[in-house]
Design a protein around this ligand. Structure first.
Ligand code: DP6
Length: 391
């Protein structure tokens, strides 16, 4: 008889930080030098789907990520996550004899993103969050998202924030063990569901300097960074939480833009310097400034991660105004097909307008969304007999 295949399928969201994580105080445990805060994006538009499975017939722990096979034991980050989840399952099996002994079975994990990997779209965040959530559910661990976030953090720092929907803080913690370096929800999506997001893809290529090595160089050489982590981020975290609680978009937007600018200033202050923004990114900053100047108040906010793609936040009530202008400067980009736009009344800088027009290839329109979802067996990436679907 064929061996039984246990499996579970989930999806997890992308998150985009508005107070940036940049710098590790402990590389092994992936502990940050500062707390950070993000908005979770809707899985209706961007998500990682992951099926975790285990069976006696599997020979080694394996991951298929967007079709590429990886031996889990050769990735330190993946192994750390698997070891912790497995030993938690083992604990449950010791306590309760009626549970199937699945902790010793090898894992097959299949994961797919519906967006380009390593495009600066925080794919590692959704990826490790989905991985952690899928294995934890396969093992039936009665853990809270905060407890799971401690595991996902060790895979990729920003992943810990993708275990919640809405507005999420990663509190840096104080303990050497990292036990208190976890994600907590600041507010759920329902608190401020009007938050809208336009991602302007300036390059879908793999980023030049990885976050991990970039951070290390910044910690080692930037003096501006020292001031940022000690004096600036702690206050900004408080101010950002307040702004979210009070639905204060102007404060939210100003903090978002200044924090993105300061993160990239720290990159420039790194020696040798790191450049993530390109001419298109800077032109988008100009266009957002044009939008806010014409509105007479801050209605749109840009932020950039470790790559040139812009993420623009705005509220539903200003959607038409903001999007008409973004459309005017990126009308040739993929992604506008379903959107009916009017001519913009905003006076846009000519050079910026041309630069964005030739530099942005794709636009993704989305909004704030919920946390990881448990999917039905129909959405599984693995057949009942353990073979891969679409393989
Ligand atoms: C710029 O989470 O990718 O997106 O912990 O080394 O995997 P590792 O880094 P990662 O860094 C993300 C950095 C950022 C800012 C942020 O998301 O807060």
């Amino acid at each position: 008889m064929a061996e039984k295949v246990y499996q579970c399928t989930v999806s997890a969201p992308v998150n985009i930080a508005v107070i940036k994580y940049w710098g590790k105080r402990d590389v092994g445990l992936n502990l940050p030098t500062n707390s950070s805060l993000s908005v979770t994006l809707s899985q209706d538009d961007l998500r990682t789907v992951t099926t975790a499975s285990c069976s006696k017939s599997f020979e080694k722990d394996t991951l298929w990520l967007n079709g590429h096979v990886e031996d889990i034991s050769t990735s330190k980050r993946l192994s750390v996550c698997v070891e912790e989840l497995r030993s938690a399952r083992q604990g449950l099996e010791k306590e309760d004899d009626s549970l199937d002994k699945i902790s010793q079975l090898k894992l097959h994990v299949v994961s797919k993103n519906n967006f380009p990997t390593a495009a600066g779209l925080a794919s590692s965040a959704a990826g490790y969050a989905a991985f952690t959530e899928a294995v934890a559910r396969l093992y039936g661990l009665p853990w809270t998202p905060t407890q799971l976030s401690r595991i996902a953090r060790q895979g990729s720092g920003s992943a810990c924030r993708s275990l919640f929907g809405g507005y999420v803080a990663w509190e840096m913690g104080e303990l050497h063990s990292g036990a208190d370096s976890v994600a907590v929800q600041v507010e759920p999506v329902e608190h401020w569901p009007e938050m809208r997001v336009a991602i302007m893809v300036a390059s879908a290529a793999k980023k030049g300097v990885s976050s991990t090595s970039g951070m290390q160089s910044t910690v080692a050489s930037s003096t501006l960074f020292q001031k940022r982590v000690k004096n600036i981020v702690p206050e900004r975290m408080q101010a950002m939480k307040q702004a979210i609680r009070k639905h204060d978009f102007e404060t939210f937007a100003k903090l978002t833009m200044t924090d993105s600018n300061q993160f990239h200033a720290c990159c420039l202050d790194t020696f040798p310097p790191i450049f993530y923004l390109n001419d298109t990114s800077r032109a988008i900053i100009r266009v957002v400034e044009n939008i806010n100047a014409a509105a007479g108040k801050t209605v749109a906010a840009y932020t950039f991660d470790a790559g040139p793609n812009a993420v623009v936040y705005f509220l539903e009530e200003n959607s038409a105004y903001v999007l008409d202008t973004l459309y005017a400067v990126s009308r040739n980009a993929q992604g506008w097909e379903d959107s009916e736009r009017n001519p913009t009344s905003v006076k846009i800088d000519d050079v910026a307008s041309e630069t964005v027009l030739s530099g942005v290839s794709r636009v993704i329109l989305t909004k704030v969304g919920d946390g990881p979802r448990l999917l039905s067996s129909e959405e599984s990436l693995i057949n009942e007999d353990g073979t891969l679907k679409d393989a």
